[in-house]
Design a protein around this ligand. Structure first.
Ligand SMILES: Nc1ncnc2c1ncn2[C@@H]1O[C@H](COP(=O)(O)OP(=O)(O)OP(=O)(O)O)[C@@H](O)[C@H]1O
Ligand SMILES: Nc1ncnc2c1ncn2[C@@H]1O[C@H](COP(=O)(O)OP(=O)(O)OP(=O)(O)O)[C@@H](O)[C@H]1O
Ligand SMILES: [Mg+2]
Ligand SMILES: [Mg+2]
Lengths: 248, 248
């Protein structure tokens, strides 16, 4: 199962969601590979790894084998395809053919879940992920600009489904950075649940400084602060992902 | 003076800073034009405007005149070049020559400040702004990933200065979404001030739900909640910008 974590709006919790979903699924004995397709390399550094050399970019360009790039994160129980400089070369060289999406999809072999983190845009790197993916998880900050961008994102997913990848579906929308004390968050939640109904996960990730702290320790929050509300929320989210993917 | 608000890290407060700097400078009797160079069009919608038709993209492509695109925001006291669909055509058609940056720079005629909001990436649109700009304001969320991206951003600015625009300088770094109760924020602030010294503005924008609410009313926070700490912070920031630009 290839899950793409995407939203062109910046700073909505894509990387935080990709990292914590990977860690939580691994704790539930799924075999998981996390691929960092963002040149910023936040998923890579947020797990305490250094930029790959070679990296996911050189694998997608066909210049390196998967085994040369892949890192085994022993104590977290899942593997990582790290970001690095070659992602920028992939961006510059992207021919738009199906080679890169095919290579990305091939990484799923031997895993239950391949989770792909993407940059804040709908540029070539995100399109490679959407062309290769089975389903998309959309983290959504419960705020005005993020809500506004949702319609454009859904149109992009429709376009990719029509033109390149007929099996691509929206697995669900995850509300993140949710501060229940604010009217704004409750309004945005009500609006999103009205429009998207069941496609909005029940789990809601609260705003929590633990999530902002965890990357500086190179750990997912489910390891950094295992009893915290943020950790509970990401475990609840992972259980819902399993239900939607495996029960189907 | 052409000020580019840039940071490839997503969700750090670029749009919020561009909109509130424009509004605050206008209240201090400066003539201000805000240009929304982000296809997401958050600065445009956050000011209650609809996507331009024609928009800033068609102006930069040379297909429309500035007067056909420009909107006068009477009650806010400044003008806007709205984002729209043509920004995506500009992205697709970007020839990399100097035409688009020259047209962007020409918009500054007749204004004291041209403020340019950019998308979360260092793609063609941000590079057009950096090639045209006099100085860059870098909003920085006081968190780990944002701090990590700063070195890459400074390298990009150096590269643009060497290759395309020798007068481009870093006007300063503005700490945003600052929650003084957290150790993380204070640690990041100490780190940034140690490395960048005077180039970090004294003004610090606190995390405030007023800033997240304001765009849904189509208003900058300095109009939406004029007595709030967030509004105070953006006015203090605007005064520092004036000192750095006009006293020099
Ligand atoms: N629920 C949360 N509560 C508080 N802080 C959070 C939460 N989720 C993420 N963060 C922090 O907010 C910032 C933005 O999150 P993150 O980097 O995961 O978003 P992103 O969508 O991946 O950003 P980009 O668009 O740049 O890729 C980070 O500093 C992260 O640590
Ligand atoms: N100081 C603040 N306190 C609380 N919320 C804020 C603050 N500044 C901005 N926001 C809110 O945080 C979100 C991100 O801010 P904004 O959209 O301005 O960032 P950006 O850098 O322009 O994002 P992008 O990378 O997508 O362009 C928005 O919903 C905004 O309303
Ligand atoms: Mg990210
Ligand atoms: Mg923005």
């Amino acid at each position: 199962m290839i899950l793409v974590v995407a939203n062109q709006k910046g700073g909505v919790g894509k990387t935080t969601t990709a990292v914590n979903l990977a860690a939580s699924l691994a704790e539930k004995d799924r075999r998981v590979l996390l691929a960092d397709l963002d040149p910023q390399g936040n998923a890579t550094s947020g797990l305490g790894a250094v930029p790959g050399d070679p990296d996911l970019g050189s694998y997608l360009l066909g210049e390196s084998g998967a085994d040369e790039v892949r890192l085994g994160l022993e104590d977290l129980g899942f593997d990582l395809m790290p970001a690095g400089e070659d992602l920028l070369s992939l961006l510059a060289a992207y021919p738009g053919d199906g080679a890169a999406p095919r290579r990305l999809a091939a990484l799923a072999q031997g895993y239950d879940y391949l989770i792909v983190d993407t940059p804040p845009s709908v540029g070539p790197l995100s399109l490679i992920a959407l062309a290769a993916g089975d389903a998309v998880v959309v983290p959504l900050q419960a705020e005005y600009y993020a809500l506004e961008g949702l319609a454009a994102l859904v149109r992009t997913l429709d376009r990719v489904r029509r033109r390149q990848n007929p099996r691509l579906r929206l697995l669900g929308i995850l509300l993140t950075m949710y501060d229940r004390r604010t009217v704004l968050a409750r309004q945005v939640e009500a609006e999103v649940r009205k429009h998207f109904g069941e496609r909005v996960f029940q789990a809601v990730v609260p705003r929590s400084v633990r999530l902002a702290e965890a990357p500086s320790f190179g750990l997912p929050v489910v390891h950094y602060a295992p009893g915290s509300p943020a950790s509970w929320a990401y475990h609840a989210f992972a259980r819902e992902v399993i239900q939607r993917v495996e029960a189907a």
